[in-house]
Every structure is written in structure tokens, then in C-alpha cells.
Design a protein around this ligand. Sequence first.
Ligand SMILES: Nc1ncnc2c1ncn2[C@@H]1O[C@H](COP(=O)(O)OP(=O)(O)OP(=O)(O)O)[C@@H](O)[C@H]1O
Ligand SMILES: [Mg+2]
Length: 440
Amino acid sequence: MSETQLNITSMINPHFYKLWRTKKPYVVAKGGRGSFKSSTISLKLVMMMKKQAQLGHKANVICIRENTVNLRDSVYGQIVWALDMLHMTNEFSYAVSPMRITHKSSGSTFYFYGGDKPEKLKSNTVRNVIAVWYEEAANFKSAEVFDQTNPTFIRQQSPFVNQVQIFYSYNPPRNPYSWINKWVETVRNDDDYLIDHSTYLDDELNITNKQQLKLIEAYKNNDRELYRYLYLGEAVGLGTNIYNMTLFHPLKSLPDDEYLVNIYFSQDSGQQVSATTESCYGLTNAGKVILLNTYYYSPVGKSNKKAPSDIAKDLHEVEHQWIRQWGMNPWKKTADSATSDFALDHEMFKEYPEDGRYHHVAKTEKTKMIDNVQNLLGTGRFYYLDIPENEIFIKEHQQYRWDDKTIQSDKPKVIKENDHTCDAFMYLIMDNLVDFGLKW
Ligand SMILES: Nc1ncnc2c1ncn2[C@@H]1O[C@H](COP(=O)(O)OP(=O)(O)OP(=O)(O)O)[C@@H](O)[C@H]1O
Ligand SMILES: [Mg+2]
């Protein structure tokens, strides 16, 4: 690798010097958002490879995420970024299928794997391994992945290094009982582990820009606990009530000085046995997300229950009413994933093909979906029109809570009663993270 004048200390925040220099085989970098965990580890891995390559050794690095689909946008991109920072882009060749980044002259390679393909990990035959990196380690299902995967790569250690160094980076989940929060306590007193906790406040190089700091400040002012969780990386606990209702801001009417850029529909259907709900939301030019209207039908306690065709008709009519009221078509219509056979969606499409189909979200863990909602609320940008039809939405969110019996576990459960508007809201946000400024 060519000798370019590089000033590594200008890229690494002093907080991480200890992590950078440690000889310990296991390195855990946990902490709040944007504390430079991923960038520091990626720079470190590139430098480790560079050192070996300069000695004429082939040295391989393994990067793992919980899911194959997330590789490209995260670890792969992160290594590309580090190579660029270190002016080494042209020394490497890049492939995405299979995903790898290879040093042209030495053949040293970054390999990328998803934890959802355990066979690729367990029976892996990549040799000359110098390091393994579990990025976003909290997203794996359990510590079992580490236990099963580490031995494989440790066996394939490069003869030119003393050990395979294993890196873990993650944001601690809010729930103190989540497996990774418990796992890190089990290794805390192990001399083979360096455990580092960082936050954006450790940024002595002032890399975090004003706009980001302003956003963080907004979280801090809106919801102290959410701030501590997201930005200080503290496992603040779940509490019993899921949502902080002071973050649902009522509006008498649309703000005068703003306009709607899009409207969205989101539905949760109870398929005959429980309620079906659909709401209309607006996104304003200033980034407010506003609950505009709600349709809600519950068959519970009714002797004469509506048939799917009746509900389909209701929804068709109410959607058109909203389209007329707000003067635009929905940008996206979202519904829950295939719990049964999309009965309602089929019914609607058969009767009203011009209305178009719903986009069905792929459900993930409830805690993750709730996290998304809390992230939006924490920005202070969620509002609702204070009208009778939206009351049910507010009431259900107020009452939405964790089941006490499950709260001290890795998989806490919500009480699944009167939660249809809560589900519909989760689907809306999950389906529109980019539009709502929660992902970019
Ligand atoms: N030396 C640097 N110069 C410029 N930008 C940098 C530098 N180091 C990191 N960044 C940028 O700072 C941001 C935050 O860093 P990074 O993604 O490493 O934080 P993180 O701790 O992994 O955050 P998260 O917990 O959200 O994953 C990134 O957008 C990254 O590109
Ligand atoms: Mg990161």
C-alpha cells in the first residue's frame, strides 16, 4: 500500500485511543448514537490489514451483521468510507456478489456476512483471519451467534498475528433485560475483554455538526429518558406506559404557515374478530407529521357484525372523503403484513381496483417498531387534529402498555387489547422512515 501522508490522530477521537491500542482479543464498543464507534472500528480494521499487507502477508477481515440485506448499507459502506479516509480506495477492488473488498496486490480481503445465514459462518473456510467485526451486535438474536461463530474464525487465524481480534459495536437496547445488556455484564470482569462506552459528548474533534447537535438538543428537551437511551446509550428501562403522551401535540386546525406535502393512509385490520382501523396522516413542509382523520370499526359486542365487503366499502368511501378533504391522493397506503390471506385487501381490490393496493409491511419485533414511534415522538414533530374521530387513537396510545409479567425479559410483550390504532401508527412510521426524517 502506498505511503500517503496521513494524520490518523485527526480522524480518531481521543476517547478511542485505548480501544485503538488495546492488545485484548475482545473489544466491545457500545454507546449512544453517533459516538464514532463504527468509524473508529472500520479505520482500525483497515490499518490492521494495511500493516500485514505491507509485510507481504495476506490478511483477511470478517464483517458480520445480523442480516444479509443490511450489509451493503452498513458495514460494507463503512469499510469503503474508511478506505477513502485513508486514501486507499484505488488499491482495492470491490464486489457485491459475493460481497467482498480485496486488496489488489496482497489479496487481503474484507468478507461480509449476514448472521441470518449461519451456514456461511459456521462452515467458513476463509483463512488468514486477523479480525472479526460484529456491527450492530444488539440486533443479533442472542449471544449464541458469537459462541458458534468465533471458534470458526479463531481456528483460521493468520500465522502472522498473535490472535484474531474480535470487535463488537452496538447501541445498548433500552431494555436492561435484553440479552446483549446481560451479556456484556457477564464479560465485564473478563481480562480478555475491553469494554468501552462512548457518546457524542466524547467528540473532541468537533466532527458532529451544528444541525446534528441541534437535533440531539431537541430530543434532550422533549424527552429526557429517550435522550438518555438514544444519545447517552443508557438502558433506561421500558417503563409501564409505552408512550409519553406529552409528545402527542393537539392541533385545532392545520398550522397557517405550513402546507401539506403528502398524505398517507395506514390500516390495521382485525379480520372479523376485532377492530379495523385506518388513519390519514399529513406531512407538512416543516416536517410535522399530523394525524388528520381516523376510521375505526369494532365488531366487539355487536350482534350484527359487518362483513369484509361492508368494511371494504367503508374504507373505500372514507378514503375518498379524505382525498377530497385534503385535495390530494395518498402518497402511500400501508397495511399490516400477511397475517391471514389479505382478505380485506383482496376484497377492496376486487371491488375498487382504482383505489390501488396497500403496501404490506414486513413486521419486525414489536420493540423495534415501538422504537421507531418513540423516535418520531422524540423529535417533537408529531401532532394530531383534536377532533372526535381521532379520540380513539389518543385513547389507545394512552392505554398502551407493557405486560408487567414480561417486562423483566429479553422479549417483553405489549398488552394486546385495544391496540389497533397503535399498530397502524407503527406500520405507518416503519413504512415511511425516510419521508419522516428518521432514516437517511
Ligand atoms: N474522522 C471523521 N471525519 C469526518 N466525519 C466522520 C469522521 N469519523 C466519523 N465521521 C462521521 O460521523 C458520523 C458518526 O460516526 P459513526 O457512524 O462512526 O458513529 P456510531 O457511534 O457508529 O453511531 P451509531 O451508534 O449511530 O451507529 C458518521 O456519519 C461518520 O461518517
Ligand atoms: Mg455505528
